[in-house]
Design a protein around this ligand. Structure first.
Ligand code: SF4
Length: 318
């Protein structure tokens, strides 16, 4: 596998499955009916994307590996010359080494496995699947073994979505993931959408509860050399690591770099349902901060968001 330039990737996101063995409490797809295309239709789409200049695909939504023709689709994508074939998975199919190797050999270049806690009991409460935790741990082990034995260039990450069940112990979850040998860990504040609006208290943690453990966890995993990213947490919530949670703070002129402009960035934030409130008026980070999910601010107000003093910018080590 040759090193690739992320700046040269043109990626299309694909939802190719309407089934999953889990029912995660934060999953926006769980009650969504994804139209299922057959292998021939998918092949035609992939060929069209290649002709249009796409060189990366991102397969997420429900669980692609449950498709009987999943390997055939991956091999076809590889044959078309995509530089990046990224699969986001609940990981269950990778628990058996032989099956993991079949999938990885079929062309996956980037694999992201979801693990949301550090205990079987909590993971099953989050995913609705009692066997989920043990299968995910077995999957992490078999993928890391594959990478070591094949000297594979696979980009392997773990995704964790923060929940009320794990908010106060995020540092332990992060430590646990690192202890399994994972070297790339992404933490997400849940995107509040669909059925989550009806189950808000059960599915959405408080930023004030997440803040301390997340900061401690970042200190710990930084010391262990784990590449850790945090998404959808406003920088004022975690001032020590503000640059980590808000990439725009690290970019002198992000709008020129991205080829966009401040207006288009703000429109994108609004599209994700993020807003600014009263505290943001006096915030030195307001121009680059994405803001707070509107559904969150509507229910819990703005007391948790305290802007840093102007002289404290820039914040965090990055
Ligand atoms: S703009 Fe608002 S949400 Fe963003 S860091 Fe400042 S106070 Fe927090």
């Amino acid at each position: 596998m040759t090193p690739r330039d992320p700046g040269r990737l043109k990626i299309v996101g694909l939802s190719l499955s309407n089934r999953c063995t889990n029912e995660c409490i934060f999953c926006g797809d769980v009650r969504m009916n994804v139209p299922v295309l057959n292998a021939g239709q998918i092949a035609t789409k992939l060929e069209g994307y290649r002709r249009s200049g796409y060189n990366g695909i991102d397969i997420s939504s429900k669980e692609f590996t449950l498709r009987p023709d999943a390997l055939e689709i991956l091999r076809h994508a590889r044959g078309l010359g995509f530089d990046m074939i990224h699969l986001v998975t609940n990981g269950h199919v990778f628990a058996r080494s032989k099956r993991a190797a079949e999938f990885l050999d079929a062309g996956i270049t980037d694999l992201t496995l979801s693990l949301h806690s550090d205990s079987s009991e909590t993971e099953s409460l989050i995913t609705g699947n009692p066997s989920s935790f043990s299968r995910k741990l077995a999957s992490i082990e078999s993928v890391l073994r594959y990478v070591a034995e094949r000297k594979s260039g696979l980009v392997f990450s773990v995704n964790t979505v923060m929940t009320p069940l794990t908010a106060s112990r995020l540092d332990r979850v992060m430590d646990f993931v690192a202890s399994r040998g994972v070297r790339r860990h992404n933490l997400f504040f849940p995107r509040i959408q669909g059925h989550m609006l009806d189950a808000f208290e059960r599915t959405v943690p408080r930023f004030s509860e997440v803040s301390g453990p997340l900061s401690k966890g970042l200190d710990q995993v930084d010391a262990r050399g784990v590449a850790c990213s945090v998404l959808d947490v406003p920088p004022c919530v975690i001032a020590k690591h503000a640059r980590r949670v808000c990439a725009r703070l690290s970019q002198e002129d992000l709008f020129n770099i991205s080829g966009g402009d401040a207006g288009s960035e703000r429109r994108r934030d609004a599209g994700w349902g993020k807003v600014k409130g009263e505290p943001c008026r006096a915030c030195p980070l307001a121009e680059k901060c994405e803001g707070v999910p509107a559904a969150y601010a509507e229910r819990r107000g703005w007391l948790e968001f305290v802007p840093p003093p102007p002289e404290s910018q820039p914040l965090g080590a990055g």
